[in-house]
Design a protein around this ligand. Structure first.
Ligand code: DHB
Length: 305
């Protein structure tokens, strides 16, 4: 009942693991595969190893979390050993793998994508981390030109579907969505974390995060995500993967009504446990049965209003 096809790939359900959570090792990814997710997105990896920021890198706030991990990863060549380990397991269980990658220019993105391609089903381009520093992440995703060049460079380098993950921290996300689709993106993931924001400890009188600022995730950013997806759906025809504050099937349905074909869950794992993937699938099914609807009937339905 929840089967979907996005970019020519069959998924057993539209509830995916978001990048950055439980995606550091093969073992962690396997655990989420066992929790009912239709696809898993890896932690963002780059061409070289990065240690990331020192702790604290995460802080809970009302309605979610702020994080600034600093893109810690072992580099793509080391990372593929992790996913090599679970490749057959995922295949047997019908769980698809999305490789999240970052780089500082179109050439670097292409290089990482080429190394990743044999091990994943789709590539997600992280052009949206809000605190990745000079030349990375949102500094790319806030510039339609640069976003277009990154996507078209990767498009020329790999044959598997490419998803561009967008930042909400822009004046007009429609411009960026059009630019990445013109560059050859097969799908769009929206949104990455909001902000960055900041928390100051009034006892020490210092910022809590070692990076001072961090991207906001969790329930509080959901209305922003919904609006961004609604906007993107109104200007491009590629599938949208919605992410940002989803913890229930009702949240997932809302994203779909705005235009998402599938959704990703990250921070929600903290609120409802690993089983959140099974739980959300069950809740979506319940809604569809109660309302005598199919998944395809609800995608973008709010635009008919
Ligand atoms: C990190 C945070 C993000 O929001 C993101 O998209 C990528 C990386 C990080 O700090 O590692």
């Amino acid at each position: 009942m929840l089967k979907i096809n996005i970019c020519g790939i069959d998924f057993k359900n539209p509830v995916f693991l978001a990048a950055g959570i439980m995606g550091e090792t093969g073992g962690a990814l396997k655990r989420i595969a066992n929790s009912g997710a239709g696809a898993l997105c890896t932690k963002s990896v780059g061409i070289e190893k990065r240690i990331g920021h020192r702790n604290p890198t995460m802080i809970e706030v009302e309605g979610g979390f702020l994080n600034a991990m600093g893109l810690p990863n072992p580099g793509v060549k080391e990372y593929i050993k992790e996913i090599y380990e679970i490749k057959d397991y995922l295949k047997r269980n019908g769980v698809k793998l999305i490789g999240s990658i970052y780089g500082k220019n179109p050439q670097e993105f292409s290089k990482v994508a080429e190394i990743m391609e044999p091990y994943v089903d789709l590539i997600e381009l992280n052009i949206s981390c809000p605190h990745a520093g000079e030349g990375y992440g949102a500094q790319i995703g806030q510039d339609p030109n640069l976003s277009n060049r990154v996507v078209s460079s990767v498009r020329e380098s790999v044959d598997i579907p490419i998803i561009a993950k967008l930042t909400p921290n822009v004046a007009d996300i429609k411009e960026i969505a059009k630019a990445v689709v013109e560059g050859g993106a097969d799908a769009i993931t929206a949104i990455n974390t909001l902000g960055p924001g900041m928390v100051i400890d009034i006892k020490t009188k210092k910022p809590i995060l070692s990076n001072k600022f961090g991207g906001m995730s969790g329930k509080a950013i959901k209305p922003i995500a919904i609006r961004n997806i609604y906007d993107i759906y109104s200007v491009v025809d590629v599938p949208i993967i919605g992410v940002g504050g989803i913890t229930t099937g009702e949240d997932a349905i809302e994203f779909m009504l705005a235009g998402a074909s599938a959704i990703q869950v990250g921070t929600g794992i903290y609120y409802r446990g690993y089983d959140i993937f099974y739980k959300i699938c069950g809740e979506i099914e319940e809604y569809l049965i109660e309302n005598n609807l199919k998944l395809k009937d609800i995608i973008g339905r709010a635009h008919e209003f």
